[in-house]
Design a protein around this ligand. Structure first.
Ligand code: SF4
Ligand code: SF4
Length: 449
């Protein structure tokens, strides 16, 4: 198999791969937890309004949350059960309702469907129907940002490529890897549906050379098929799965500053989004589950395909709990995830699985003592967006948002490469992300964006 040239600047090689080895051979385990805690905010600033009340019985797949803002999508019950409580959780500036559902002892039986084991035809669906199914099923991007998928696919810009992000370039995470090995046929049928929904000429499944076995497996499943789907393998390098980096590596196109993928004729979707699309189109199942990796300093790392709302404490418990007390818990990957606690035990975790939860990591708590910048320039060398992180950091600390703007802080993708390499352990990435958000807010206030 030919390896593609690496074509994006900057980036880092955070580990030797031993981190992924912890869970890559752990087959996906599915289970229904004892309780479901379904947040009405499934990603970023999204918010839904509950459509059920305490005491109601809900069926798996029933609509239980109606979008209240642009970044939200429809939310469905992930299990059959009874709503026992609706409480409020604080997420940033928002007060978010959370449905507590006690699952029924007997859940609807899951029968194997044709799209799970063979190619199925997409001929009976129009582009508009597919986008409508995507919206009805409440599909978001499942790679992290959680943007409503149907909004991306409704674009009136001509789309040439659908890029399927199967890089899983963050260390430790292996859930996408396992999904490709164990649910490859569903993913391919989903990619085929996304290809038609986007009106694109070609879909490219993009992965890294530490997942050659996935690439081979998917190619084998595609043998004899005429669908315009290709698998490309790139050298393993973080952040290969960043939207801009992927577009550049797979198509050679460079996005202009402030541009969207659709401006370059591209839509990028995650590999688990493709699986959710297949479930919705061919299985009639809305987006009610996802696969998550639980790993790091746990006794038994694993990958779990679970209903949305599965409490993280129950997942951590399944993995034998933290192996060390001096730990920190991270939701997501080690580079872009958020710290959700220190010295945690299972019971300390209050969050639950959402549509964007790719990993729960228990890492050694090293602590972070910042020291003055020594102007080594390392942060500039690794920044895939071509920024000068140390200058943006200084400008932000001085409160000079205009200067942050002049330094193109809006182009920061929050990848964490700058923080990772900084010998002075400066809080670069959180600050460059804050600078980006502050500049955007300033431009909105001035009415220039
Ligand atoms: S400045 Fe932003 S894009 Fe550049 S390395 Fe830091 S986090 Fe990544
Ligand atoms: S890597 Fe750290 S010490 Fe080096 S220039 Fe950047 S901020 Fe300064």
């Amino acid at each position: 198999m030919k390896k593609k040239e690496q074509r994006f600047p900057g980036g880092v090689h955070p580990t030797d791969g031993s981190d992924k080895k912890l869970s890559k051979d752990a087959p996906i385990v599915s289970f229904v937890p004892e309780i479901i805690e379904l947040s009405m905010s499934q990603s970023g600033g999204s918010l839904c309004e509950p459509l059920v009340a305490v005491g109601d019985h809900v069926e798996r797949g029933q609509l239980v949350g109606q979008p209240k803002n642009f970044t939200a999508v429809r939310l469905h019950a992930s299990v059959s059960g009874t709503v026992t409580e609706i409480r409020t959780e604080t997420k940033g500036p928002m007060e978010v309702p959370l449905l507590v559902i006690k699952p029924d002892k007997e859940q609807p039986e899951e029968q194997e469907k044709p799209y799970q084991k063979e190619w199925v035809s997409i001929d009976g669906y129009s582009k508009e129907e597919l986008v409508s199914i995507m919206e009805e099923a409440g599909i978001t991007g499942m790679g992290g940002a959680g943007f409503p998928a149907h909004v991306k696919y409704k674009t009136d810009k001509p789309i040439e490529y659908i890029l399927i992000n199967a890089c899983e370039c963050e260390s430790y995470l292996t859930c996408d890897y396992r999904m490709m090995l164990e649910h490859g046929m569903e993913i391919l049928n989903g990619v085929h549906a996304l290809l038609k929904a986007g009106g694109a000429k070609k879909a490219v499944i993009c992965t890294e050379d530490n997942k050659q076995d996935c690439a081979e497996h998917l190619r084998k499943l595609m043998e004899g098929q005429k669908a315009a789907i290709e698998v490309m393998v790139f050298p393993t390098k973080y952040p290969q799965g960043g939207e801009r980096q992927l577009i550049q590596a797979a198509t050679g196109k460079e996005l202009r500053a402030g541009g969207l993928p659709a401006d370059a004729g591209v839509i990028v979707s995650n590999v688990q989004t493709a699986k959710a699309m297949a479930d919705a189109v061919f299985g009639g199942i809305p987006c009610i589950s996802r696969c998550i990796t639980v790993t790091g300093l746990v006794r038994k790392p694993g990958n779990f395909l679970v209903p949305l709302g599965t409490p993280l404490r129950e997942l951590l418990h399944k993995c034998g709990g933290p192996a060390k007390l001096n730990n920190k818990a991270v939701l997501g990957g080690p580079m872009t995830g958020s710290c959700i606690g220190h010295q945690v035990k299972c019971a300390d975790l209050t969050q639950s699985v959402t549509k964007v939860s790719g990993g729960l990591l228990i890492l050694f708590n090293e602590g972070m003592e910042e020291s003055p910048c020594i102007r080594c320039g390392s942060c500039m060398k690794v920044c895939p967006a071509g920024l000068t992180p140390w200058k943006i950091d200084f400008a932000l600390r001085k409160g000079d948002i205009d200067l942050c703007h002049k330094l193109y802080a809006t182009e920061c993708i929050g990848c964490g490469c700058c923080s990772y390499v900084c010998p002075a352990r400066r809080e670069l990435s959180p600050n460059t992300v804050k600078a980006r958000n502050d500049v955007r807010a300033m431009l909105r206030e001035r009415g220039t964006k």
